[in-house]
Design a protein around this ligand. Structure first.
Ligand SMILES: NCc1[nH]cc(CCC(=O)O)c1CC(=O)O
Length: 306
């Protein structure tokens, strides 16, 4: 086992919580190994005045962490799987996913209990094209305004009265001990979660067998199947950017149920479908479902988004 392992991490409170969580899990699994954090500032954190989709998408949060692994300063990086693009850059693998927190979206408001309770014209904050598509499909009469920044910044903007409600991930709020801010959990029918939402993954260098062996015990089998199915949807749809694509898988160890949808961010169109099959065909089910969505019109929606 390695003497030390270094975890490259972003510096937001959520990223630090996630890295410390993995640090603590590794400390238990590898009592002989010292596990350190290497905090890094990424471009996705520096640029907060424009939507992610406009500045290059999800990969922005990973690049600097991967550079630290490539030059040997760090051995692993911890990611919210939701922020990991369908294709990793050459030289990196993501062999371990941890047991999940809640996959659901949270409705957060100081005034309203749920989306149904909001009056026409109420203002909802989100920078996610997926959440925008979901909420506008549910309530075309609501107005979406862009909202970026880390979780605390977003809550502060809500509290300052800039929005009537905002949409966040339940998992992030729970990790930051802010679950009391969740007014309602949106069901998968109201808002189908993002691919990988609520799941942490560990990325390492290809060929780093020592680190791979050290982290292997943290992998959660249930979650691994779920992620294989959900990420297969994304790889077929080429969802490498921040697109209005949702996919959510559940299974009982034998049969997998995978739901997915692609929607227009203005809510005017939503292509939804689901598929069931054996868990050991998770990736094939994901590809097949993505294919069906494309035939049903997702190809046009994605093409219109450029
Ligand atoms: N894009 C930011 C991000 N990445 C992961 C989470 C939450 C935790 C998770 O989904 O694992 C969040 C915040 C949010 O969407 O509210």
């Amino acid at each position: 086992m390695p003497k030390t392992l270094r975890i490259a991490t972003r510096q937001s409170q959520l990223a630090l919580w996630q890295a410390r969580h993995v640090q603590a899990r590794l400390a238990v699994a590898l009592p002989e190994t010292t596990v350190e954090l290497l905090p890094i500032r990424t471009e996705g954190d520096r640029v907060t005045d424009r939507p992610l989709s406009a500045i290059g998408g999800k990969g922005l949060f990973l690049k600097e962490l991967e550079a630290a692994m490539a030059n040997g300063e760090a051995d692993l990086a911890v990611h919210s799987m939701k922020d990991v693009p369908a294709e990793l850059p050459e030289g990196f693998v993501l062999p371990v996913v941890l047991a999940p927190a809640s996959p659901l979206d949270a409705f957060v408001s100081n005034t309203y209990d749920n989306p149904e309770a909001m009056p026409a014209g109420a203002i909802v904050g989100t920078s996610s094209l997926r959440r925008s598509a979901m909420i506008k499909h549910l309530r075309p009469d609501l107005e979406i305004r862009n909202l970026r920044g880390n979780v605390q910044t977003r809550l502060a903007k809500l509290d300052a009265g800039e929005y009537d409600a905002i949409l966040l991930a339940c998992a992030g709020l729970e990790r930051l001990e802010l679950a009391a801010r969740i007014r309602s959990e949106l069901t998968p029918e109201q808002s189908l979660p993002a691919i990988g939402q609520g799941v942490l993954g560990i990325e390492i260098r290809v060929g780093d067998d020592e680190t791979a062996a050290a982290i292997a015990a943290l992998d959660d089998e249930y979650t691994h199947v779920r992620i294989d199915a959900e990420r297969a949807v994304n790889s077929r749809l080429e969802g490498s950017c921040h697109l209005p694509i949702a996919a959510h898988a559940t299974h009982d160890g034998v049969t997998l149920r995978l739901r997915a949808c692609v929607g227009r961010p203005d809510g005017s169109e939503m292509v939804r479908d689901e598929i069931s099959g054996p868990v050991d065909e998770a990736a094939a089910l994901g590809h097949a479902l993505a294919e069906r969505l494309l035939v049903a019109g997702a190809d046009r929606i994605l093409a219109d988004l450029g």
